[in-house]
Design a protein around this ligand. Structure first.
Ligand code: NAD
Length: 266
């Protein structure tokens, strides 16, 4: 454990029972933060997530529940979380289907969890950050906040929404705090393909076309979009989120940072 620059800070990472969120929670924990773990999962999965954040070096790790599809549950979550220095909006879901065949209920659910929840948590967290003169909001959007792909209408709409919403929040709080204190920033991280359970169904579908060869399935999937042909690891997103939390990042604000192997450079 080298640089515990987050000692004394409290971070909430939504959807940190697995995948990118868990990796971000561990990374912030390793830098000394008190981490609030949140998300869905079995009692075992939740206990394991808390334990791994503690083992990473967090000053403390405590789980809070809250279904992000329900604004009332978000109110309760944010009240129980208390004063936050860092808010990472990471929880998200996906459902793929052509636009005309997309169930309306999936549209509503994806917009609620992937977009409206980000509005609600920011609405409740930012005033306190402004009062204390320090705050970091890191919204895990997606490359699909910057460009589109077929069959992902609600996901692409929600993630574009997160990028726009984050810019508004960044502008509204930009002048709060000062350089020594670190100020308030709101940024998006926009990953391409990251190796987590969320994209496993897409990998498996491609692998089926290659006699079940998973590696061939990954090459096939990435070949269309991600020029590096490499998936990002969740902890690599964690490293970027951590850097955004540094005092030195006080003027990196309102950005949507692609981590996409060159996808959006084309
Ligand atoms: P994941 O499925 O591993 O994790 C999602 C997390 O969100 C879990 O902790 C889950 O419990 C939580 N969650 C889902 N619905 C919830 C709800 N209603 N209430 C509370 N929590 C809920 O997925 P991941 O790949 O780690 O994705 C994390 C974020 O990164 C998502 O916003 C996703 O859109 C984004 N992202 C992922 C990729 C990728 O390739 N994996 C790429 C770009 C963006």
């Amino acid at each position: 454990m080298s640089d515990r620059f987050l000692a004394g800070r409290t971070a909430l990472v939504t959807g940190s029972t697995s995948g990118i969120g868990l990796a971000v929670a561990k990374t912030l924990g390793a830098a000394g933060a008190h981490v609030i773990v949140h998300g869905l999962g079995s009692a075992d999965e939740i206990a394991q997530a808390e334990q791994s954040v503690r083992e990473a070096g967090a000053a403390s790790a405590r789980f809070l529940p809250g279904n992000l599809a329900d604004p009332m549950a978000i109110d309760t979550l944010m009240r129980e979380a208390g004063a936050l220095d860092i808010l990472v909006n990471n929880a998200g879901i996906q459902h793929t289907a052509p636009l005309a065949e997309m169930p309306a209920a999936q549209w509503d659910r994806i917009l609620a969890i992937n977009l409206s929840a980000v509005f609600h948590t920011m609405r409740l967290a930012l005033p306190g950050m402004a009062q204390r003169g320090f705050g970091r909001v890191v919204n895990i959007a997606s490359v699909h906040g910057l460009v589109a792909s077929v069959n992902k209408a609600p996901y692409v709409a929600a993630k574009h929404g997160v990028v726009g919403l984050s810019k508004v929040a960044a502008l509204e709080y930009a002048a709060q705090g000062d350089r020594n204190g670190g100020g308030i920033t709101v940024n998006c991280v926009c990953p391409g393909f990251v190796e987590t359970a969320l994209i496993e169904p897409q990998i498996q579908a491609r692998a089926m076309n290659h006699g079940g060869d998973r590696e061939a399935g990954i090459r096939d999937l990435l070949g269309e979009k991600q020029p590096s042909l490499r998936m990002t690891l969740p902890e690599e997103i964690g490293a970027l989120a951590l850097w955004l939390c540094r005092r030195e990042a006080h003027n990196l604000n309102g950005a949507a940072i692609p981590v996409d192997g060159g996808w959006t450079a084309a």
